[in-house]
Write a protein that binds this ligand. Structure first.
Ligand SMILES: Nc1ncnc2c1ncn2[C@@H]1O[C@H](COP(=O)(O)OP(=O)(O)OP(=O)(O)O)[C@@H](O)[C@H]1O
Length: 335
């Protein structure tokens, strides 16, 4: 049996159907109507020990609900979950020691305690001895520069500090299974890099990681396997590199030029690329296949035409790839 096993996992939420305003609320007191929302719809998922899996999909697809079901925070409407053979609902206490969860949108730290005290409470809850605790904190400090964060009250933390502290809280007990739900949301690039490096260390130590993110950068170089969920159903489960090679080959070169360039001139300099006008005559965007040309080659080809004031290269987000999968523009056949 795989370390994480979900069979026909389903979660339906019942939502009150209220008309807007006070009148609607009063009417709802007498005539109660509800609609059912199937957030997770008969999902089968097996994750082996040591795997790092990216779990992606558009807003409202059912990612967080899946993570909550797999960690025992929510009870499934039907279907089954087994983590290391145990049920997250029935064997909650035993599994609490084996699972770490980070929700980027929510903190598990105590609002009115300094981070150091929140972590000390978790140390006692998990029964971590003082020597091990000190060693682990030193390690978190190495990668996440935790020292400056420890004396700060939960409610006074900046987002970057909060995320570093929450990561520590989620991993303090060295769980073999870790769920990371939007772990870098809102972080600046420097902190993101540090946090991503930390994920790689955790993965390399053999931890099983399921990572949910809209940011392709979190997934890139970290997860080999990609699972795409849409409207509660898994529509793809396969190799991330294969998806990237097939679909994320497009790059967008955004240029600002000193003088306005006729789009036709740019098209002739870059055959095979798609050239689009930008927000002003001095801005334009060139879409190209990164396997056909590099951004450097594109810039070099345009250099004789005008002076470039500025440029940057964008890559499609995983959300973009996923959106194009839904529109039928991209076909994935490995579900
Ligand atoms: N407690 C709840 N009560 C009612 N509906 C809910 C609840 N939690 C989630 N939902 C609904 O279930 C669906 C899936 O939500 P979920 O949060 O799992 O999506 P998600 O893929 O994590 O989205 P996002 O990327 O926006 O975080 C959504 O339609 C959401 O509105």
């Amino acid at each position: 049996m795989a370390l994480i096993e979900a069979r026909q996992l389903t979660k339906t939420f019942r939502r009150p159907d209220k008309d807007p305003g006070l009148r609607g609320a009063v009417k709802h007191l007498f005539v109660r109507r509800f609609t059912d929302k199937v957030a997770v719809d008969h999902i089968d998922l097996s994750i082996e020990a040591g795997e790092a899996v990216a779990y992606v999909g558009p807003n409202g697809a059912g990612k967080s609900t899946t993570v909550k079901l797999l960690s025992g925070i929510l009870v499934p409407t039907s279907g089954e979950v087994r983590i290391d053979g145990l049920s997250p609902q029935r064997d909650r206490i035993a599994l609490a020691h084996r699972i770490g969860v980070l929700f980027g949108q929510r903190t598990q730290l105590w609002w009115d305690l300094p981070v150091s005290e929140s972590l000390a409470v978790l140390r006692d809850i998990y029964g971590i001895d003082h020597g091990t605790y000190r060693k682990r904190l030193a390690r978190f400090d190495d990668v996440l520069e935790l020292g400056e964060v420890l004396p700060v009250l939960g409610r006074k933390l900046s987002l970057g500090q909060r995320m570093r502290a929450d990561l520590t809280a989620a991993l303090l007990h060295a769980p073999p299974v870790v769920y990371l739900d939007e772990p870098t949301i809102g972080l600046d690039l420097a902190v993101k890099d540090r946090v991503r490096e930390f994920f790689r260390t955790v993965r390399d130590e053999g931890t099983t990681v399921m990572l949910t993110s809209h940011d392709l950068g979190d997934i890139e170089g970290f997860c080999r396997r990609l699972v795409i969920i849409d409207e509660g159903r898994i529509i793809f489960d396969g190799d991330l590199q294969a998806v990237k090679d097939a679909f994320a080959r497009e790059r967008i070169l955004n240029l600002e030029t000193e003088t306005a360039l006729p789009l036709e001139a740019v098209r002739s300099a870059l055959p095979g690329a798609t050239v689009e006008a930008g927000e002003t005559p001095l801005h334009l965007a060139v879409r190209f296949d990164r396997f056909v040309m590099t951004a450097g080659q594109a810039v070099t080809a345009l250099a004789p035409l005008t002076n470039l004031v500025d440029f940057h290269v964008d890559e499609p987000s995983i959300e973009d790839v996923v959106r194009r999968v839904y529109s039928g523009e991209l076909q994935l056949d490995a579900a």
